[in-house]
Design a protein around this ligand. Structure first.
Ligand SMILES: [Zn+2]
Length: 380
């Protein structure tokens, strides 16, 4: 579908460019022919709308050397009445999640403030040097005035607790061949939607706002493994078809510009667990999850619980091929060597929206973003 669309867009662009070059002396002749044709056959109307959509060619991209912002979300709250209902999970939901409406407003604001999504692979590549893989920082080239933004989504596993608390259940391909979410609403009706989760929402926003994405970039999906991935229970060896389902959707996600990261297998705090536990956990991720996602060099610390490069746990993760380590922090922090990079991410969640507005001010005005639905159920 997408390929077909691209071909169509290309054809439209080629058509209109050809139109531009035929101005001048050639015009009359072309018009004569066209007039003759008009007399006999009423031509189909020109694709005016398609042409209007055509982007004005951007000026040459310029080198960008400023800060690299990285923000992260959790899966979206689709049913606030389940999330903020006063049960034992409600406080966690209020602090760590945003709703669909909040996410949409945040994206609008990011776009208006000239952020542009980039891939981690736009920033770093790995190059072989004397038999050793080195991390090389690439020169980022952006349209003038744009500010780079990496976006990640943690725990997009759809743990069983999420299904009870207002998130969607899984990512699927819908009947139009597009990525959508599947869930059941509080009344038990099945809902397949392109408007209930970050993945389909960003897919469609970047389609209508191509200048919000560099080279088709979307975001990084950070996955654990202990309860499967993306709603597929790949952790249960007996669950037939789950791995195939996960692989199909992952292939599609990659095609659409999504990248993947390890978020540990069991969501353990790297700083506090023992080296042997970390090894067991990381090995299990490599064994169970990597065959689904393919190799990744990005490690996103569960709980933002990070370790330093001289720590044996850090060194062990390096032996597994991880080179880019992401933690949590309020500012755009990035440091790197030829061996590894360390990057902080800003948490975009209820806590930031309600209590730490100053750290998200540069992205959006949280007073305009906050969803009243949060308070509606909380006060009950
Ligand atoms: Zn997490």
């Amino acid at each position: 579908m997408i390929v077909l669309k691209r071909v169509l867009v290309l054809l439209v662009i080629c058509f209109s460019l050809a139109g531009c070059t035929s101005l001048g002396q050639k015009t009359a002749k072309v018009n004569d022919r066209a007039t003759k044709k008009v007399e006999n056959h009423k031509p189909a109307p020109l694709p005016q709308k398609e042409e209007e959509k055509e982007e004005i060619p951007q000026a040459e991209p310029v080198p960008y050397n400023g800060p690299i912002e990285h923000i992260f979300f959790h899966p979206l709250v689709v049913y606030p009445e389940l999330a903020f209902d006063g049960d034992t999970m409600a406080q966690g939901y209020d602090e760590w999640f945003v709703t669909v409406s909040e996410f949409n407003k945040i994206v609008e604001s990011l776009y208006k403030r000239n952020y542009i999504l980039i891939k981690m692979s736009d920033l770093f590549e790995e190059k072989e040097n004397n038999g050793k893989k080195e991390l090389v920082k690439r020169q980022l080239m952006l349209p003038a005035g744009k500010k780079p933004l990496i976006l990640s989504v943690d725990d997009i596993n759809y743990y069983p607790y999420m299904l009870q608390n207002g998130n969607v259940y899984k990512l699927i391909n819908n009947k139009d061949g597009k990525i959508a979410s599947y869930s059941k609403d509080p009344e038990g009706n099945e809902v397949i939607s392109e408007e209930n989760e970050i993945v389909p929402l960003l897919n469609s926003f970047t389609e209508t706002h191509p200048d919000f994405s560099l080279n088709g970039a979307k975001g990084i999906l950070a996955l654990t493994g202990y309860e499967g991935v993306l709603g597929y229970r790949t952790n249960q060896p007996t669950a037939e078809g789950e791995s195939e389902g996960a692989k199909t959707i992952i292939a599609k996600l990659k095609e659409e510009g999504w990248e993947f990261a390890s978020h540990g297998y069991g969501h353990l705090a790297t700083k506090t667990i023992s080296l042997s536990t970390l090894k067991r956990d990381a090995d299990r991720w490599k064994k169970e999850v990597e065959p689904l996602t393919g190799a990744t060099n990005i490690y996103i610390y569960p709980f933002g619980s990070s370790v330093l490069p001289n720590d044996p746990k850090f060194k062990y993760l390096e032996t597994l091929g991880f080179k880019i380590f992401c933690s949590v922090g309020p500012n755009a922090y990035l440091s790197y060597t030829q061996e590894y990079a360390m990057m902080d991410r800003v948490h975009i969640d209820g806590m930031a929206l309600e209590k730490q507005r100053h750290i998200v001010d540069r992205f959006f005005d949280s007073s305009l973003v906050l969803d009243n639905e949060r308070f509606k159920y909380k006060s009950n």
